[in-house]
Ligand binder design. Structure first.
Ligand code: NAD
Length: 425
């Protein structure tokens, strides 16, 4: 079963190679910054990539072997940091690209980390609670040698949550015979989690939307917003937009999309969605994800998966601003088309950096053993994100490059410099 899924994934990744497109932009960014070719040779791939096999006894008595990955892109700045994804479409290349994006995010928001990422090929929607716990613990045992609070600090990502982080933290603590809350972030509050972590990505996206709207003279009050994905990022974001007076006219999940030109009842949808961010199955009058992306709106937020805006539909996007809450939702060809059409694209490595920023706050609180209030977290996050947005926007204006290239230029510099100071290149 896992092997078949792997083969399907291979075909998918060849169509839109996220690693190749990331490398293309990194190369351009380093060239623009005047770094020699060897810096690109170092940064084009993770310095470390571990593939693991995780045997899990399933509820029916059979043993299933899952494949997992952990990528560490660059640890010149400090320990690597990045989420763990549970999804049937996880591939090695995707995990590598995601780890590079984490380096860029940490660089943009100026955290003392390099990028890391993990993934397991599985479908948690079809697994029991017990099977998920066994898989989570098995993964930690398999990668335990290369992770740790001063080595590589995981966090949640698609289809993983605070419960899974709690199991993983417990497994790591047992292996080390030491309580180790700083091993992982995104934990429940009672286990050393941080206030504001759950909604941090969406808060960061909200700040970026507000700043982008100012640049384009769009009033958020009454602005029409479309959000693809109703999971952690998409659902909180819809709520924040709704609370800010915007009209959320479309949302979606993996099974379809909902549209109401007068604005959807977000509180009701939040109430009805399941823990995997599924809500559209409850309705008959749905539209497709493709139709959702092409709706007439002011602000479009892809908050689900990769490669959603491509050269095939970029000409049909009618939003004035596209803010990428998801990682890699827009291909390079589509980025060019949107930029040429005058649509302001706020790239993933900037827009979704709120999650890792509050994860960093969580790790700092675990290390110091003293915890901040939600207000303190919000205030710190606001400062970091506003500053980061300005720095990317100004780079884009002064260097006359699109926002994605500008973000890569801001983001890659720290790891390049740290690698140089350490004498690696
Ligand atoms: P999640 O698992 O909580 O939710 C994912 C949502 O996307 C669900 O509503 C799901 O139904 C939907 N979805 C899945 N497959 C889809 C498909 N083929 N078409 C349309 N919708 C689909 O995940 P999340 O944590 O909200 O993450 C969403 C995106 O945001 C990912 O790209 C993730 O890497 C990125 N991100 C998340 C965080 C975070 O802190 N959660 C941080 C940074 C970036």
């Amino acid at each position: 079963m896992a092997a078949e899924t792997g083969a399907d994934n291979q075909a998918l990744e060849e169509k839109h190679d996220v690693l190749k497109s990331t490398q293309t932009v990194i190369h351009k960014a380093l060239e623009k910054l005047g770094y020699p070719e060897e810096v690109y040779e170092l940064l084009k791939e993770p310095i470390r990539m571990l593939t693991v096999k995780i045997p899990v006894r399933m509820d029916d008595g059979s043993v299933k072997i899952f494949t997992g990955y952990r990528a560490q892109h660059n640890d010149a700045v400090g320990p690597t940091k990045g989420g763990i994804r549970f999804h049937p479409n996880v591939t090695e290349k995707e995990v590598k690209a995601l780890s590079i994006w984490m380096t860029l995010k940490c660089g943009i928001v100026n955290l003392p980390y390099g990028g890391g990422k993990g993934g397991i090929i599985c479908d948690p929607r079809e697994m029991s609670f017990r099977e998920l716990e066994a898989l989570s613990r098995g993964y930690v045992r398999a990668i335990s040698q290369i992770v740790g609070p001063t080595k590589d600090i995981p966090a949640p990502d698609v289809f993983t949550n605070s419960q899974i982080m709690a199991w993983m933290m417990d497994e790591y603590s047992r292996l080390r015979e030491n309580d180790a809350p700083g091993f992982i972030t995104g934990k429940p509050l009672v286990l050393g989690g941080s206030h504001g972590r759950e909604s941090a990505t969406a808060k960061g996206v909200t700040i970026c939307i507000r700043e982008a709207a100012k640049k384009r003279g769009i009033n958020l009050e009454g602005a029409r917003v479309v959000v693809q994905g109703f999971g952690n990022a998409g659902s909180f974001l819809s709520k924040f937009m709704h609370d800010a007076g915007a009209k959320v006219i479309g949302i979606s999940d993996a099974y379809g999309a909902l549209y109401d030109p007068n604005g959807l009842d977000i509180d009701y949808l939040l109430d009805r969605r399941d823990s995997f961010g599924t809500v559209t199955k409850l309705f008959d009058n749905t539209i497709s994800n493709k139709e959702l992306l092409e709706l007439d709106c002011d602000i479009l937020v892809p908050a689900a998966i990769e490669n959603q805006i491509t050269e095939e539909n970029a000409h049909n996007i009618r939003a004035k601003i596209v803010v990428e809450a998801a990682n890699g939702p827009t291909t390079l060809e589509a980025t060019q088309i949107l930029t040429d059409r005058g649509i302001l694209l706020v790239p993933d490595v900037l827009a979704s950096a709120g999650g890792v920023t509050v994860s960093y706050f969580e790790w700092v609180q675990n290390n110091q053993g003293y915890y901040w209030t939600e207000e303190e977290i919000d205030e710190k996050l606001e400062k970091v994100l506003v500053h980061s947005f300005e720095s990317v926007y100004n780079t884009s204006e002064t260097r006359r490059v699109d926002m994605r290239l500008a973000a890569y230029m801001v983001g890659v510099r720290k790891s390049a410099e740290a690698s140089r100071f350490r004498g690696w290149i």
